[in-house]
Every structure is written in structure tokens, then in C-alpha cells.
Design a protein around this ligand. Structure first.
Ligand SMILES: [Fe+2]
Length: 194
């Protein structure tokens, strides 16, 4: 895939050069460093900004052998599920608005427990991998959008979502076009034994 096209996003060239040079999964330290170093603004991903009234929208910018790059667009009140990053390194950079990241861990009773929340402001980076479990939310007032740049390495094909109200875990598969489907549901005790 050529690095430059008519609609090339100049600010993302250093990031894509790094991603195209990968011969394996990106380390969380390298992905964090590269995402901090780029000078990207929301205007750079303007052609990929699309929203959905029902849920946050995942808009694919580019995909290679060892990565996916998405622009995620969140209306006020839209939240990701509580999820992990199975066998993947994920880096997030806020391009517009203010998000919240909430970190979860299993509780003694087998449900997920929020252990930390932090604001994500423009330019902030949030890096996760493997069993790191979190939720990203747009909790700003009505009418205030959130736009985030997400890099997954390798492409995120399958991961888990966790119920906030019981011990249920879903194994979820990416079916393309920014959409996912549940392929298996289990309780967290069964999941933790795997
Ligand atoms: Fe995530």
C-alpha cells in the first residue's frame, strides 16, 4: 500500500511509516511514544469523521499487516463497553473534546469493579494491551462531541466485553466495517480459568 495518496493525512505520515515498518506486534512503549510525537489535529482526520445516533462510531482510516488506525466519533453520552485488548496493543489519542477512561478489575464477587477514572483531554494518550480492561466514555454535556484516534497492533480481530451489572463476559469478533458481533457468552469465573 503506498504511503501517500491524494487524500494523505500529512500529520499521520510519521505514524504510518512506523506502522508500515512493523514486522510484528507494536510494543506498548513504542506505540505510546510515536503517538505522543505526532502533530495531529482533528482537521487531519476530517474525512473520516462520521457519527451514529445509536452508539459511538468506529471509522477505519487505514489498515496494514500489523495495524489498524481508526477515528472513533462519540456523541455526548456514548460509551464503549467495558472491554479488554486480547493479544493486541492499543494506543488512543484524543483529537477533540474530553473523554473519560475508567479502568476495571475483577472484584471478589466475580463482577467487574471500577478502580480508577481519569479525564482524557485533547492530546492525551491512553495505551492498553492484552488483559488491560477499561471503558472510554463521552460524558460531556449534550451537543459536545469526542473524537479519538485509535491504533491497534496487530489488527483487533477478537476481544472481550464485560457486563457492568453481573459477571457476564462476551467474546466478541470484529466483523468489519467498524462492527462487532458476540460469538460466545460466559461467566467471569469460567473466563478466568482459560
Ligand atoms: Fe480499549
Amino acid at each position: 500500500m503506498p504511503l501517500r495518496t491524494e487524500t494523505e493525512i500529512e500529520a499521520l505520515v510519521p505514524l504510518f511509516e512506523y506502522l508500515e515498518s512493523l514486522t510484528g506486534r507494536a510494543s506498548i512503549a513504542d506505540l505510546d511514544r510515536v503517538m505522543r510525537s505526532i502533530d495531529v489535529t482533528v482537521e487531519d482526520v476530517a474525512e473520516h469523521i462520521r457519527y451514529c445516533d445509536e452508539h459511538y462510531k468506529r471509522n477505519l482510516i487505514r489498515e496494514g499487516r500489523w495495524y489498524q488506525a481508526y477515528a472513533l466519533c462519540w456523541k455526548s453520552g456514548q460509551r464503549s463497553p467495558i472491554h479488554d485488548h486480547t493479544n493486541t496493543t492499543c494506543g488512543v489519542r484524543v483529537l477533540a473534546g474530553r473523554g473519560v477512561e475508567t479502568i476495571y478489575e475483577p472484584s471478589p464477587c466475580g463482577q467487574m469493579m471500577a478502580v480508577q477514572s481519569r479525564p482524557l483531554n485533547v492530546g492525551d494518550i491512553c495505551a492498553s494491551q492484552d488483559s488491560d480492561t477499561h471503558q472510554i466514555s463521552n460524558l460531556q454535556p449534550a451537543g459536545q462531541n469526542l473524537i479519538t484516534l485509535h491504533i491497534y497492533s496487530p489488527p483487533l480481530r477478537e476481544f472481550h466485553t464485560y457486563s457492568a451489572t453481573d459477571g457476564t463476559v462476551n467474546r466478541v469478533r470484529d466483523v468489519g466495517n467498524g462492527c462487532c458481533e458476540v460469538v460466545e457468552t460466559m461467566d467471569i469465573a469460567t473466563f478466568m480459568k482459560r
